[in-house]
Design a protein around this ligand. Structure first.
Ligand code: GAP
Length: 556
């Protein structure tokens, strides 16, 4: 963290005004890494899986969060110090005292606070009784006309666009949609750097599936032999192939397991070692209000222990169903039956001669409505009520008869289920930086090196001159410009000894250093130094871009 601040990866926000916890700025190096992680994510999930991207407003109107359940469920138990006014999460205070709070209700948490005589960690003042605190940042649209909130997840905008997306995907299931963007949570006293932010970046995918088909994923055979470490809801720990995990019902179905393995592959590709990654299943007591099976992808960190970086959930039809109920919109999919079938059904047959004199100019419309009416709604006296332009009217029994007809049924309406991998970009960046950080001793010298994967390093290469005289700086600058034009993020540095410059480049993870020396002026070659091995090779300038070209991403 000291290095990250000193060299410009991340800085606490609002520093000149005293700082506010839970907000960080990415400096130039951090922003570069973040862009690259997101680019890789797009390669995996947008290009690799075909989950096209949305870009939605970060503000949502209140109705969205009434339906999603965030207004009522997205709450934490807090206590406030009666002396200094600081607020804390009650469960966190208890956990710090070693109390297991997992299954405790609010009254039980309150009893534990009292039993353990817990006071304010800042000033030892007395604490208020537990209150619930909603984590969404509230705001209003216009001059207070409509209550709104900063979105606590990017997902909701995908759900409310379902019918448009369904059209976009030519009315076929399954399909996936992704979104990378900011999410906001008004966390209580966040004290874990990039891990618990009040504004953070999520990369989410919502895969809409026919619930009867999620058992099978069409690309499952590509990953079925990949292994993952699971910690099940019953705390059973095992390393197992995706195929076996599904067969043994440890993971609910192939669609979930497929996305778990893709997530594992992505995390490895950005530089998190596989042995530091595990999947922990939510216990029933911690499952989000919308999910039926949920796995946290956790990374082992030196500083914070196991940290959740991705959540992979089967959200069932919870979200679409809730938005249907709240908005009245049709968010269903029409699933064609493999064999269309003929069914016999009873319908009402209007007698127009009798309807005409009674309903006059409305008779035609009443006739049509009768044709669509459900015979089950006929009252005991044989009449039926129908809705004519908002008005309920009674049609007497003499005005229609019942008849049986045969009808072709092509398919049925269903509410799709949603499988959601939800990535926290900032936590992933923390895990990448911590995994890459190393201190080495070589030949009596020590160095700090960030062994970042090439695809997520903040620069592709550095260009140096061996010394600043004899036209070497000028030649180095020419090479730097050549590499920039070729699309490489190139760092140029002429200050200090070459040894110091290598050390500074290693410390921020630049994979290659290209050095111009006097031989360059004679034969147009430079040295290319590898950050990790520190070995140097001589390369012709003409071959430099080819030599440093990135390897294509392997999606297999
Ligand atoms: N749409 C599902 C959802 O939002 P979540 O588990 O609440 O699920 C997904 O969040 C991911 O977002 C987490 O795995 C974590 O990486 C990241 N995340 C959540 N809250 C965060 C916070 N306060 N600061 C930084 N990252 C956070």
């Amino acid at each position: 963290m000291e290095l990250a601040r000193r060299r410009g990866f991340i800085w606490p926000s609002f520093e000149i005004y005293g700082g506010v916890s839970g907000f960080y700025d990415y400096g130039p190096l951090g922003a570069s890494i973040k862009n690259r992680v997101e680019t890789l994510w797009r390669k995996f999930f947008v290009a690799g899986e075909g989950y096209m991207e949305l870009s939605s407003p970060t503000i949502g109107v209140e109705d969205v969060f009434v339906a999603s359940g965030h207004l009522s469920h997205f709450v934490d138990p807090i206590v406030t110090c009666e002396k200094c006014g600081d607020s804390f999460r009650a469960d966190h205070l208890l956990k710090e005292r070693g109390v297991d709070t997992e299954d405790l209700s609010y009254p039980e948490l309150q009893r534990e606070l009292e039993k353990n005589k817990i006071t304010c960690p800042s000033c030892k003042g007395a604490l208020s009784p537990i209150k619930t605190f909603n984590l969404m940042f509230g705001t209003s649209v216009g001059a207070g006309e409509r209550r709104a909130y900063l979105r606590p997840e990017t997902a909701q905008h995908i759900f409310i666009l379902f019918s448009r997306l369904y059209e976009f995907y030519r009315k076929k299931l399954p399909f996936g949609i992704s979104q990378i963007g900011r999410a906001y949570r008004n966390e209580i006293s966040p004290r874990q750097g990039l891990l618990r932010l009040r504004e953070f970046s999520q990369a989410e995918v919502e895969v809409f599936v026919d619930p009867r088909e999620k058992e099978v994923h069409e690309r499952f055979s590509e990953i079925e032999d990949e292994k993952m470490v699971l910690v099940t809801g019953e705390d059973k720990k095992l390393k197992i192939k995706a195929k076996e995990a599904v067969e043994k019902k440890l993971v609910a179905h192939q669609t979930l397991a497929y996305h778990m393995i893709r997530t594992l592959q992505f995390l490895i590709s950005v530089g998190i070692p596989s042995e530091k990654i595990r999947f922990r299943q939510h216990k029933n007591t911690e499952m989000a209000h919308y999910a039926c099976d949920c796995w946290d992808v956790e990374v082992s960190t030196k500083r914070y222990g196991w940290v959740e970086v991705v959540g992979i959930a089967d959200r069932t039809d919870f979200d679409l169903r809730s938005h249907i109920e709240e908005s009245g919109a049709d968010l269903t999919a029409f699933v064609r039956l493999e064999d269309a079938k003929e069914v016999e059904k009873t319908v009402l047959d209007p007698d127009m001669k009798k309807l005409g004199p009674v309903f006059r100019e409305n008779a035609g419309e009443v006739g049509k409505l009768l044709g669509k009416a459900d015979p089950a709604n006929i009252s005991a006296d044989g009449s039926i009520l129908i809705d004519l332009n908002g008005e309920e009217i009674r049609v007497e029994k003499e005005m229609f008869t019942k008849k049986n007809v045969r009808e072709r049924v092509e398919g049925e309406k269903i509410i799709p289920h949603v499988i959601e991998p939800s990535f926290g970009i900032d936590r992933i960046i923390y895990a990448i930086l911590e995994s890459a950080y190393s201190e080495e001793e070589r030949g009596g010298e020590s160095r700090v090196v960030l062994k970042l994967k090439r695809d997520v390093a903040p620069y592709d290469l550095a260009v140096f001159s061996l010394v600043s005289k004899g036209g070497l700086d000028e030649r180095a600058l020419e090479i730097c410009e050549m590499m920039r034009k070729a699309g490489f993020l190139t760092f140029f540095d002429t200050s200090g000894t070459i040894g110091r410059r290598y050390a500074r480049a290693d410390e921020i993870g630049i994979p290659f250093a290209v050095t111009v020396d006097f031989q360059t002026l004679e034969d147009n070659t430079v040295t290319v130094r590898d950050r990790d091995t520190m070995e140097q090779e001589r390369v012709s300038i003409d071959a430099l871009t080819q030599r440093l070209k990135k390897a294509e991403i392997d999606h297999s």
